[in-house]
Ligand binder design. Structure first.
Ligand SMILES: [Ca+2]
Length: 344
């Protein structure tokens, strides 16, 4: 009887059994490695490991860089936000300041109206030299103006010119002896200084108060040859301290050649410690006075008093460019004011 050939399934089983018990039969026979080859293989492993570490570090570094960049952008954004906030605050402050100044002006006007009411109802109200003149005080000299509750003004000593061009003038500035320095600071110009019978500045606060009613300004000058000239201006106003005692002038009339005050119109007051001029220079320090310096002068009535012989050598003297030029310092000056509607 013929032996039954083994079925395919049986062969497969034998093959699997053999593979499970001797798996090495299927693998390639391993070659024997030399020591050099082993060393190279180890080295290769180390290089691979190092490369992996380097790659790790690089990615860490790039992550850090990105984070730093993000932080930096956030800091810049914060700074920009702070800057815009501070600009907003600044503009709000400017708004508040201008509103305050406006309110102040309105209060000034109300006070002036109240004062005028008092003047109309009280025959005794004395406001300035012109009111003294109307009460028949006709001699030029020193007078005491009583304090005024409505104006909030203290008792004030003034020098009245009751003769020139009809009289009634309150003198706000005089230069004639050269004994008083006019190179003063803001506070001194605000309050006034000097001697009422000699050289003096009445004080920006007083001049501001006196010019709240429609006022005229008259400037009288004398040179070292004895010539007399004058300049007169309608609508003279001195702003309040918030407006840096800014000067406003109307039309010029007079006989002093060219008008040398118009250049200073609509200009703030400057002193050696407060530079409000329209110049990079500090005009008050260059011209050694307190004045409505523009950039810098066409006149310098509060400049240095120079005596004969020295009077035509300096730029910081008491000058009026329209008459004797920029280096001629005058012998005498008087600035005086009175109400626009004054009638002698
Ligand atoms: Ca300046």
């Amino acid at each position: 009887m013929l032996k039954k050939p083994l079925s395919a399934v049986t062969w497969l089983c034998i093959f699997i059994m053999a593979f499970v018990s001797h798996p090495a039969w299927l693998q390639k026979p391993s070659k024997r490695k030399t020591p050099a080859q082993l060393k190279a293989a180890n080295c290769c492993e180390e290089v691979k490991e190092l490369k992996a570490q380097v790659a790790n570090l690089s990615s860490l570094l790039s992550e850090l860089n990105k984070k730093q960049e993000r932080d930096w952008v956030s800091v810049v954004m914060q700074v920009m936000e702070l800057e815009s906030n501070s600009k907003r605050m600044e503009s709000r402050l400017t708004d508040a300041e201008s509103k305050y100044s406006e309110m102040n002006n309105q209060i000034d006007i109300m006070q002036l109206q109240a004062a005028q009411t008092v003047t109309q109802t009280s025959a005794d109200a004395i406001y300035d030299c012109s009111s003294l003149y109307q009460k028949n005080y006709r001699i030029s000299g020193v007078y005491k103006l009583p304090p005024d509750d409505f104006l909030g003004s203290p008792e004030l000593e003034v020098f009245c010119d009751m003769e020139t061009s009809g009289g009634g003038w309150t003198i706000i500035q005089r230069r004639k002896s050269g004994l008083v320095s006019f190179y003063r600071d803001w506070k001194q110009y605000k309050q006034g200084f000097g001697s009422i019978r000699g050289d003096f500045w009445l004080g920006n606060e007083h001049i501001h108060r006196l010019s709240r009613q429609p006022t005229r300004l008259r400037v009288e000058m004398e040179d070292w040859e004895g010539n007399l000239r004058y300049a007169e201006y309608s609508h003279f106003v001195l702003g309040n301290e918030l407006n840096s005692y800014r000067l406003f002038l109307g039309n010029y009339t007079g006989n002093v050649g060219n008008d040398a005050l118009q250049y200073h119109n609509n200009t703030a007051f400057s002193t050696k410690d407060k530079d409000n001029d329209n110049c990079l220079d500090k005009c008050a320090q260059l011209r050694k006075g307190g004045y409505w310096y523009n950039c810098c002068t066409d006149s310098n009535l509060n400049g240095v008093y120079y005596r004969l012989g020295e009077h035509n050598k300096h730029l910081d003297g008491i000058t009026w460019y329209g008459w004797h030029g920029s280096t001629y310092s005058l012998k005498q000056v008087e600035m005086k004011i009175r109400p626009e509607d004054f009638k002698p």
